[in-house]
Each structure stands twice: as C-alpha cells, then as structure tokens.
Write a protein that binds this ligand. Structure first.
Ligand code: BJW
Ligand code: ZN
Length: 259
C-alpha cells in the first residue's frame, strides 16, 4: 500500500475511533469484488439492456416479461455470490461504534448476509416481490433460505399475487419512482448526526441518494470517499481513498481495532 494512503488510513481510523456517530453509504462498487456487476461500467447498459427498458415503471408496463427475465437472471447470479471483505469489515466496524448507520443503494442483500443487522436499503431489495394490484408482498428467496438449498429456488417469469391474482413486480426502486419514505427519513437522520461518513463504491450520480453525502458535509461531518475512480463527490470529500473497497476497508478496520 502506498505510504500516503497509509497516512490517510491512520487519520481516518483515529476519527472513526473518536466519532460519536458514523454513517456509511454504499453503492454497487462494494459488491463488485463479490462478482456482482456494477451499473455504469458498460456503456450505459445494464447487462446488455437499456436502462429505460428494465429500470423504469414504464419499461415494466411495456414488457413485464423482459423485466422479469432480467431480474430473475440477476437473482440466479446472486445465488452463487457471497459477501466480500468490505461487507464483513463494515459489519465488524458497526460492532465497534457507539452509533452507526449503514445506508445502501444496493438491492443484493449482501450487507445483511455479512451480519449488518439493519441496513437502510434505499432502493429496495431484489428478493422482494410486491403486488401491483394490492398491498401484498412476499420474499422470493423464502424457500431456499428455509431449506438452505439454492436449487430449491424457483423464479417464475410472470409471478402472480396469491391474494388478488394481480401482477407481482420486483420490490426495487426504479427511475422516476419515490424511495421508501421511512428509508429516506432514517438515512437523513443518520447523516445529519454523524461525525464521519464513509461513501463507498458509488458513482454518486443517482439522486436523492447522492445528496446524502452533501447533506453530511453541510452539517460538518468528515466525508471520506472510497472508490478506484473519481466521482462528482471527490471534490467535496474531505478525504479520497483511491482503491478497492475489499482492500481498503479491512485495512481501515485493522487500524480502528488496533489501539
Ligand atoms: C468500486 C469498486 C470496488 C467499482 N471498490 N468501488 C435529471 C434527469 C432525470 C432524472 C433525474 C434528474 N435528476 C435527478 C433525477 C432523478 C433520478 C436520478 O437521480 N437520475 C440521475 C441518473 C440523473 N432519480 C430517481 O428517479 C430516484 N427517484 C426520485 O428521485 O424520486 C423523486 C422523483 C420522482 C419523479 C420525478 C422526479 C423525482 C430513483 C432512483 C432509483 C435508482 N434505481 C437503481 C435501480 C435499483 C434496482 C436494481 O438494482 O435493479 O438503483 S438505478 C442504479 O443506480 C441502482 C443503484 O443503486 C444506483 C446507483 O448506482 P451506484 O451504486 O452508484 O453504481 P454505479 O455502477 O453507478 O457505480 C459503481 C461505482 O463503484 C463506480 O464509481 C466504480 O468506480 C466503483 N467501484 N469497483 C469500490 N472494488
Ligand atoms: Zn395482490
């Protein structure tokens, strides 16, 4: 590790140890080293699809089967994926902090699987099915979690609601949709009271999530960005750790733990 990065890690670890409250916001980059593709690396396409087709309510109305096949393929990929060193380091960091909030834009559920007890999932969860006709919701991974057997997973292409026979949809937040109220409220409260905020693996272009780091900075928090690439947040952040989350987070945790 470069010497200047070591110095920055020492300083940030000292701030984390002293902090009364810590907030973390993660994006797709935190799961990249688990093998989950990020969103904006492939020429504006999501795994070969146009965002308008698979990431908006209009796309779902136009072609629900296409959208379901896209989400079911992502679910199947997630069956073979495990949390990485960054997810584990964050779960461990939470156990060492007095007050801690983990806010994520990710829908993959990997923070919870690493042991983060109560992640604030701003964009929903890919394992959730919600009904377009009534208030019913269900967990698509219930069977294989109960049996512990991923081959028990079944993902039908156009699932229907058991209560009203309406069409189910993935329980995620698409472009043009509101984020869950409770999640935004909890996230805003956490960033307003934190002394240190870590912003990890996000391109920081999707709002309102991207606005949370600006809110933390405006409230006087020390904002740290961890990302191999620069983003629109980099100029405003108090420190930028340029590198992979799976390498930087364990190194940071080790320093927090060793004193
Ligand atoms: C690593 C790494 C490693 C790699 N370690 N790092 C102007 C025009 C039009 C719309 C808008 C506008 N201004 C604002 C809007 C609204 C819109 C928006 O923000 N658009 C912008 C793109 C312009 N926002 C919305 O519509 C939101 N709703 C809303 O605002 O409601 C109010 C409203 C309603 C109606 C009208 C107007 C307002 C909803 C946003 C929902 C986003 N949903 C998605 C899909 C979730 C479901 C799913 O997964 O299928 O959420 S889109 C996608 O982007 C996903 C992500 O959570 C989100 C953010 O992406 P993220 O996580 O930052 O990933 P990437 O790929 O972009 O970046 C990865 C980063 O990791 C990179 O920087 C890499 O360098 C880094 N990296 N390896 C660390 N190893
Ligand atoms: Zn229903």
């Amino acid at each position: 590790m470069e010497p200047h990065l070591q110095g920055k890690l020492d300083e940030i670890a000292a701030r984390l140890r002293k902090a009364s409250s810590v907030a973390v916001m993660t994006g797709a980059g935190v799961s990249a080293e688990s093998g989950v593709p990020t969103f904006r690396d492939a020429g504006g396409l999501w795994e070969g699809h146009r965002i308008e087709d698979v990431g908006t309510p209009e796309g779902f109305t136009r072609d629900p089967l296409l959208v379901w096949r896209f989400y079911n393929a992502r679910r199947r990929n997630l069956l073979d994926v495990a949390p990485n060193a960054a997810h584990h380091a964050l779960a461990n960091l939470e156990r060492r902090c007095r007050d801690f909030a983990l806010i994520t834009q990710n829908v993959d559920g990997l923070h919870a699987r690493a042991g983060t007890p109560n992640p604030i999932e701003l964009h929903g969860n890919i394992w959730l099915n919600t009904c377009t006709g009534c208030t019913h919701y269900e967990w698509a991974d219930a069977t294989w979690r109960a049996t512990g057997n991923p081959s028990a997973a079944s993902f039908p292409d156009d699932p229907r609601c058991p209560k009203c026979a309406g069409r189910l949809r993935p329980g995620v937040v698409w472009f043009g949709e509101m984020l869950p109220d409770w999640a935004v409220r909890r996230a805003e409260q956490a960033v307003c009271r934190c002394d240190v905020m870590l912003v990890i693996g996000t391109s920081a272009v999707v709002y309102p999530a991207a606005g949370l780091a600006h809110l933390a900075a405006a409230r006087g928090a020390f904002v740290v960005e961890i990302n191999p690439q620069r983003t629109p947040l980099s100029k405003e952040a108090d420190a930028v750790l340029s590198g992979k989350a799976g390498e930087i987070m364990p190194a940071l945790l080790q320093r927090v733990a060793s004193s």
